[in-house]
Design a protein around this ligand. Structure first.
Ligand code: FES
Length: 162
């Protein structure tokens, strides 16, 4: 008669249990860093770009909205993209400088300055903005967005957040 207790574990069960436990331990040790590597970029907050040089003040024509471009490196998840954007700079009297985004506040189409009309026009739904960025007509719900500016050594900078 077999006198083994109910808690007896045979050699095969013991080896299978140890192998399973080691496999699970290895999976955890390898898997956690891999999962962290894969999801970390998606969880990372989008960083502020900061101050971006735009143009020398001496190169800008006073009183006229002047398109200026700049490029920034953006990271969305795992993808890094260099994006070129356009803004409109207006040198007003004195040291007053206004920099408008060229993105329409309706559905983000690109607005253009039409000098003959003296307005910014959005071609998508005929949104029209005045020289000061306010909405003259069309569906845009608010004025054109403005950038914070600073000037250092004749160089105009704008503060870019994304
Ligand atoms: S996107 Fe500019 S008016 Fe609609």
């Amino acid at each position: 008669m077999d006198r083994r207790s109910d808690y007896y574990i045979g050699r095969r069960e013991f080896v299978a249990g140890v192998a399973g436990a080691l496999g699970a331990l290895i999976a955890i040790l390898v898997g956690i860093p891999i999962i962290g590597y894969l999801i970390a970029p998606a969880l990372r907050a989008r960083s502020v770009v900061g101050w971006v040089p735009l143009a020398p003040l001496s190169a800008l024509q006073p009183g006229v909205p002047t398109p200026c471009t700049f490029s920034i490196l953006q990271q969305t998840g795992w993808k890094r993209t260099r994006t070129t954007r356009t803004v409109y700079v207006i040198l007003n009297s004195g040291s007053d400088i206004t920099v408008f985004s060229d993105v329409c506040t309706h559905l983000s189409c690109k607005v253009r300055w039409l000098p003959e009309q003296g307005t910014f026009v959005c071609p998508c739904h005929d949104g029209v903005f005045a020289r000061d960025g306010t909405v003259l007509s069309g569906p845009p719900p608010r004025p054109l967005d403005r950038f914070t500016t600073k000037v250092e050594n004749d160089q105009l900078f704008i503060y870019v957040e994304k």
